[in-house]
Design a protein around this ligand. Structure first.
Ligand SMILES: Nc1ncnc2c1ncn2[C@@H]1O[C@H](COP(=O)(O)OP(=O)(O)O)[C@@H](O)[C@H]1O
Ligand SMILES: CC(=O)OP(=O)(O)O
Ligand SMILES: [Mg+2]
Length: 391
């Protein structure tokens, strides 16, 4: 029997989807696409086949994730029976303390996932919108949730636990880490690019609208910059990243900011957008002459290097640096800015390879290989989905 797997990956600035055909022994991609979301963004809905050839293109205005899901499902309805999904796999950002591996979705799971909405306000509801929309339109379709947090379950307690009274840790106030499906994919393909070095000390920089770093040893996560929520760590498109918690105490007391105001400030009006006052989108900032745009870019690069230092320290060295996700894959200027600050590691960038977004962007003399590896969270979700339905 064959299955057709629909994968939905709700990110904070986009929804990515893919359709796979499987014979149980192998999985092959049928088509995939991405819709960028935003009230000011005019988006292209594109569908590409396995070779990247354009199958369908439509100009859209997609203000939120739910409308993007409807567009994808409407398009699927116009396809042949063979392209109709028989199972769906979702990226769900937060699995909390309960879910450490992919799970078949039922009513109880949906209730538990709703309880985690406050811990990922830019993501969790959008994944649940995909799950609920599919449940409404195709009640018999089995659905699987795959979590961003699962991959980081290998982190040691020193990395996982905040310096808080232990009863709070026991309640689940601990570091979970995110972008795990992306790191899992990178860990999976690393040997193809680095050979035996892949089992060494690797830092992966997932730099997209959400951004984090992960320290891998033997392909397992031992540290990451995001924590209890996807707010900790690097500054992001609209998220602040690391902040002295006393800033919140100060704003609550001195400026009478309440929970909703702080959520809005820290998740939606901070980061690149907050610092630049111009945009959350790195493309816009790099194209701008405004000093505040340059300042936001410089601050981003500084923080990546500062936090990369911490990853290298816990790994006790570094054998490879990998860039991935929207900025990591497509912004040579950002990679060059980061690598220029890593000269102390004897990293040497091949400028033309970097400009071309080539896979290996370090020179042969560089002490450490630096690679650009496009991530593929959808394929990891498809594999987990297949494994679960076979079980
Ligand atoms: N060519 C580019 N140059 C610089 N930044 C880019 C480029 N292409 C994409 N980006 C950045 O990548 C971000 C999207 O990354 P992505 O990983 O797809 O996001 P997410 O999954 O978080 O929605 C955009 O917001 C934009 O800032
Ligand atoms: C966890 C997270 O920030 O995801 P994304 O980068 O897709 O927004
Ligand atoms: Mg993403």
């Amino acid at each position: 029997m064959n299955e057709t797997i629909l994968v939905l990956n709700a990110g904070s600035s986009s929804i990515k989807y893919a359709l796979y055909r499987t014979t149980y022994e192998s999985i092959s991609i049928i088509c995939r696409g991405k819709i960028e979301i935003g009230s000011n963004t005019s988006s292209q809905f594109q569908v590409r086949d396995s070779r990247g050839e354009l199958l369908w293109q439509q100009h859209l205005h997609v203000p939120h994730h739910e409308s993007a899901i409807e567009v994808i499902l409407q398009w699927l309805e116009t396809q042949t029976d063979k392209q109709r999904p028989t199972v769906a796999g979702h990226r769900v950002v937060h699995g909390g303390i309960l879910f450490d591996q992919p799970v078949i979705i039922n009513e109880q799971v949906i209730t538990q996932l709703f309880q985690l909405v406050p811990l990922a306000p830019l993501h969790q509801l959008d994944s649940l919108a995909g799950i609920e929309t599919l449940k409404r339109l195709k009640p018999d379709l089995p659905q699987i949730a795959c979590f961003d947090t699962s991959f980081h379950r290998t982190m040691p307690d020193e990395e996982r636990i905040y310096a808080l009274p232990s009863h709070l840790t026991d309640q689940g106030i601990q570091r979970y880490g995110f972008h795990g499906l992306s790191y899992e994919y990178i860990a999976h393909i690393l040997h193809d690019h680095l050979g035996d070095r892949a089992a060494g000390r690797i830092v992966v920089a997932h730099l997209g609208n959400g951004a984090s770093l992960c320290a891998l040893r033997q392909g397992k996560s031992i540290a990451t910059t995001m924590g209890f929520t996807p707010l900790e760590g690097l500054p992001m498109g609209t998220r602040c990243g690391n902040l002295d918690p006393a800033v919140l105490l100060y704003l609550m007391r001195e400026q009478q900011m309440n929970h909703d105001m702080l959520t809005d400030l820290l998740y939606r009006h901070a980061g690149l957008l907050g610092v630049s006052g111009i945009s959350a989108d790195m493309r816009t900032l790099l194209a701008s002459d405004a000093p505040r745009a340059k300042h936001a870019v410089d601050l981003f690069i500084w923080q990546v290097c500062r936090q990369l230092g911490a990853m290298i320290a816990v790994l006790e060295g570094i054998d490879g640096l990998i860039f991935t996700a929207g900025i990591g894959e497509h912004a040579p200027q950002i990679r060059a800015g980061i690598c220029a600050r890593l000269k102390w590691l004897s990293i040497k960038l091949d400028e033309s390879a970097n400009q071309a977004n080539a896979i290996r962007i370090s020179t042969a003399e560089s002490h450490i290989p630096v690679l650009v590896l496009p991530t593929d969270e959808e394929s990891i979700i498809a594999h987990h989905t297949l494994r679960l339905i076979m079980a």
